[in-house]
Design a protein. Structure first.
Length: 218
């Protein structure tokens, strides 16, 4: 069984963060392990606060796991500050993980800011180049690019710009990464369409939107 590591925040209501990641990892027949970057206070309605880990605390979680398991893939979620981002970047540079997925968690669905401006700059500089696929939603794509991302054309444009940011690195550890971008279209008003740009082709992934209020963690 392949082992997948998630490095993300802890949502006690289970709709997002490490708990949601572990459920998804298990659903695909893999074994999930985790390191927590931030303890959040939230339920299905809103995020009320967060207590962030230190880099030393995060390393203390990661080192024993990485000594014990062969990691097939890493999924990155909430990385709330520059200290945590630098720690994660160092781990990615030290270990040649086969696959790295970066979800640039910037703001909760209820509007709570989960990352500050300094951390966002560090994420763009240090982590985008180390990812095989980057998966922003529309507000996250806007924050990463400065564009107004509201339709398929602007989603494609955002994908190109984010791929360019990811490729703008001289670090040897970034050279073999794919830097694909999946701009998630759940915020579109009609059909949900994701736009996947892998540097060779651009694909639109269509799905109907569900009539539900249970959008926590989306």
């Amino acid at each position: 069984m392949q082992v997948v590591l998630t490095i993300a925040g802890f949502d006690p209501s289970g709709g997002a963060g490490t708990l949601a990641d572990i459920k998804t990892i298990m659903a695909f027949g893999c074994f999930g392990v985790a390191a927590i970057t931030s303890l959040t206070s939230q339920n299905t309605l809103a995020v009320y606060g967060a207590t962030h880990q230190t880099a030393a605390g995060l390393r203390a979680q990661l080192d024993p796991v990485l000594e014990d398991f062969e990691i097939a893939a890493v999924k990155l979620g909430m990385l709330p500050n520059r200290e945590i981002i630098e720690c994660v970047a160092e781990v990615l540079e030290r270990h040649a993980f086969p696959h790295v997925v970066l979800d640039p968690v910037i703001r909760s669905t209820s509007g709570y800011d989960l990352i500050d401006d300094a951390a966002l700059a560090a994420l763009q500089e240090r982590l985008l180049p180390l990812a095989d696929i980057i998966t922003p939603n529309l507000p996250e794509a806007e924050r990463l690019t400065g564009l107004k991302v509201t339709d398929l054309a602007s989603m494609r444009q955002a994908g190109v710009l984010i791929r360019a940011q990811a490729a703008n690195s001289t670090a040897p550890s970034a050279n073999h990464r794919k830097h694909a971008v999946l701009v998630k279209g759940g915020h579109l008003p009609e059909e949900a369409v994701d736009v996947l740009d892998d540097g060779q082709t651009v694909r639109h992934l269509h799905a109907p939107k569900l009539a539900t209020r249970n959008t926590h963690g989306t």
